[in-house]
Design a protein around this ligand. Structure first.
Ligand code: NDP
Length: 347
């Protein structure tokens, strides 16, 4: 059973060498009388929140991984043996699993069964899994969007950002996204054509590469001469500071994440917070787990978008557990183009 082990708690930027890929043995049968299930992991999701679990912390939502043990994350898996009355061999599930070929899940209650397989199974790590729920709850519930509003999304080509942008376009908003490379913002090869990822593929109205802008405030003023109604926050720090200068009266900020801060020992100061008062901004944080009970409502909304081609989804696929540490670490340098996932096995 090949596994990705966390060697020790991490400080600063995570590195591939913080993890070790090694084999161990596992029984492929569930002990008699137990409620556990044994799954074969197919696809694993690389998510920024996993960084918090690599450090020592006592946060009940993001409890530390155990050094010397396989790390955990969201994934798609197939049940190979079950002691639980609600799961049977052959069921496909998504939810928290181990970064290894096979996992024994002692309490499978939190897993979602996969019933719709006419869409790619890997989508349950992204558009039909946790990041999809994040975009959906964050945009429709937290942002309270209205047709015609001006929306800005940072980390716009990523797992969550590409969906927020497309949901906002479906609602008839004006949407601008930023990302950190030419490849993401401008031309990438797709089906033997060169397409602009944010604008052509996802339909954003405008896009910029924040790493090529000396002055973020000026970049935002160029893209939003009349200001921003809704900011979908993924980045924090300097980006948030510049956005605060460009919000419109009664604007809303959905505080989804602040990835620029995750590897810093001292969080970067935000200086323009007083604009929350001047501009009567509503800034609201949210955590996707609170919305998991609404999963079937989410599927009813998003599955038709996929089937009708109204929403597309770009994935960045790493092949094999050997490449999983690099894929996870790559999130923090922006190496991923689209949703980063790891294929452990395709069946
Ligand atoms: P992405 O697929 O967007 O991958 C992360 C991206 O963040 C990178 O590709 C990179 O893109 C950008 N990034 C990395 N480091 C920095 C930095 N120092 N400054 C600016 N940008 C950086 O990840 P997700 O879509 O999965 O997650 C996006 C955000 O949403 C994260 O903050 C995450 O923590 C948060 N989140 C929150 C949830 C919640 O429940 N509240 C649930 C899921 C995600 P680029 O090229 O743009 O630099």
């Amino acid at each position: 059973n090949k596994q990705v082990i966390l060697k020790n708690y991490v400080e600063g930027f995570p590195k591939e060498t913080d993890m070790l890929v090694k084999a161990s043995s596992i029984s492929l049968k569930v002990e008699e009388g137990s409620n556990a299930i044994l799954v074969k992991n197919l696809y694993l999701s690389c998510d920024p929140y996993m960084r918090a679990r690599m450090s020592f912390n006592q946060d009940p939502d993001f409890s530390s991984f155990t050094p010397g043990s396989p790390i955990e994350g969201f994934g798609v898996a197939k049940v190979v043996d079950s002691g639980h009355p609600e799961f049977k061999k052959g069921d496909l599930v998504w939810g928290t699993t181990g970064w290894e070929e096979y996992s024994l899940i002692k309490n499978p209650q939190g897993l979602f069964k996969i019933h719709h397989t006419d869409v790619p199974l890997s989508y349950y790590t992204g558009i039909l899994g946790m990041p999809g729920m994040t975009a959906w709850a964050g945009f429709y519930e937290i942002c309270a969007p209205k047709k015609g509003e001006y929306i800005y999304v940072s980390a716009a080509s990523g797992a969550v950002g590409q969906l927020v942008g497309q949901f906002a376009k479906l609602m008839g908003c004006y949407v601008v996204g930023s990302a950190g490379s030419r490849e993401k913002v401008w031309l990438i090869p797709m089906q033997s054509q060169l397409v602009e990822l944010l604008k052509n593929k996802f339909g954003f109205d405008d896009a910029f590469n924040y790493k090529e802008e000396n002055d973020l405030d000026a970049a935002l003023k160029r893209c939003f001469p009349e200001g921003i109604d809704i900011y979908f926050e993924h980045v924090g720090g300097k980006m948030l500071d510049a956005v605060l200068l460009n919000m419109r009266l009664h604007g809303r900020i959905a505080a989804c994440g602040m990835i620029s801060q995750y590897n810093l020992s001292q969080p970067e100061g935000v200086h323009n917070l007083m604009n929350v008062v001047y501009k009567r901004i509503r800034m609201e944080g949210f955590v996707v787990f609170d919305y998991f009970p609404q999963y079937s409502r989410f599927l009813d909304a998003v599955l038709p978008y996929i089937r009708e081609g109204k929403v597309v989804y770009v994935e960045d696929v790493a092949d094999g557990l050997e490449n999983a540490p690099a894929a996870l670490v790559g999130l923090f340098s922006g190496r991923n183009v689209g949703k980063q996932l790891v294929v452990v096995s395709r069946e």
